[in-house]
Ligand binder design. Structure first.
Ligand code: ADE
Ligand code: ZN
Length: 320
């Protein structure tokens, strides 16, 4: 079956590091990995919650040392995404995760951005870059990194908020978001993945986000659902991720069909495809098996992805 053309709006580039690339980069950089081989590494991808995934996700990033490493990872994702039907990708990266390891901001940003610059010509995938801040690190640190990104004129279109959610409410980052918005950047944030509906309200009312990542726990709060429907707030939903991180018990128990039926503006995305069992096409295939999505629902999901992207009018019209 041909892949459904869509935009991917929720993708962590560091979450696209496949086991074979982790081993290749480790060999190139003379790093000894604590895994016997790729099968041994992949066998550890049995997560119990978000934190159990994050521990491995951050540890594996250690193989990313040079601009070329970041560019190779990004190009591998773009090639696979094009095959998955992705025509436009808005890609998050986690600069603080690299700065904390002693990798310079220029190295990680220029490596990813360099690969993105040729993506449309090389793969037919237009792109945009979003710097995500780690909510389990101090907001003052995020503010400093944002200032450095602005000072170096980094080619980012927006900021995001990710990492461990519970205990780190969005309101901690109000000043960071005010500063970013003032600089003309788009604002997105993870909220309601593991965290409660109150975090989604804060992302909307305090951070004033343009788009929400995950947001699935909105279904526990009727007034919140009504607000999200009324304002057409885009929710970037990641079904396979939610199952692998136990945010939902099983795929058939996923709220996506109910979210669609309620009129929420949802799209389907892969989050960290190397870790969660698949790219965006795999997410659509799994949804199709679980729910038998019809042509109208698939068209709505793909249309939502293009309409929720931070695209210029010309490219949007070409894609819709
Ligand atoms: N960083 C990478 N993937 C993430 C996720 N699913 N939730 C929060 N932070 C993340
Ligand atoms: Zn995510």
């Amino acid at each position: 079956m041909p892949s459904l053309p869509c935009a991917e709006l929720h993708l962590h580039i560091e979450g696209t590091l496949e086991p074979d690339l982790i081993f290749a980069l480790a060999a190139r950089n003379g790093i000894d990995l604590p895994y016997a081989d790729t099968a041994d590494l992949a066998a550890r991808y049995a997560f119990t919650d978000l934190q159990s995934f994050l521990d491995l996700y951050y540890a594996n990033m250690d193989v990313l040392r040079t601009e070329e490493d970041f560019a190779d990872m990004t190009r591998a994702y773009l090639r696979r995404a094009a095959a998955a039907g992705v025509r436009h990708a808005e890609i998050m990266m986690d600069p603080q995760a690299h700065l904390a390891r002693g990798v310079a901001l220029e190295t990680c940003v220029n490596g990813v951005a360099g690969a993105l610059a040729t993506s449309e010509a090389e793969f037919g995938v237009s792109t945009a870059l979003i710097a995500a801040f780690l909510r389990d690190r101090p907001a003052t640190e995020a503010l400093g990194v944002l200032q450095n990104l602005l000072a170096m004129d980094a080619p980012i279109i927006g900021i995001g908020l990710d990492s461990a959610e519970v205990g780190y409410p969005p309101s901690l980052f109000a000043e960071v978001y005010d500063r970013a918005r003032g600089a003309g950047l788009k604002c997105i944030a993870h909220a309601g993945e593991e965290g409660p509906p109150a975090y989604i309200w804060e992302a909307l009312d305090v951070l004033r986000v343009d788009r929400l990542d995950h947001g699935i726990r909105c279904m526990e709060d009727e007034a919140l659902v009504e607000r999200l429907v009324l304002d057409r707030v885009p929710l970037t939903v990641c079904p396979l991720s939610n199952v692998r991180l136990r945010a939902v018990d099983t795929l058939p128990a996923h709220p996506l069909p109910e979210m669609l039926a309620r009129g929420l503006n949802v799209s389907v995305n892969s989050d960290d495809p190397a870790y969660f069992g698949g790219y965006v096409d795999d997410n659509f295939t799994a949804l199709g098996k679980a729910f038998g999505l019809g042509a109208d629902q698939l068209a709505t999901l793909a249309g939502n992805s293009f309409r929720s992207a931070f695209l210029d009018a010309g490219r949007r019209a070409a894609l819709l």
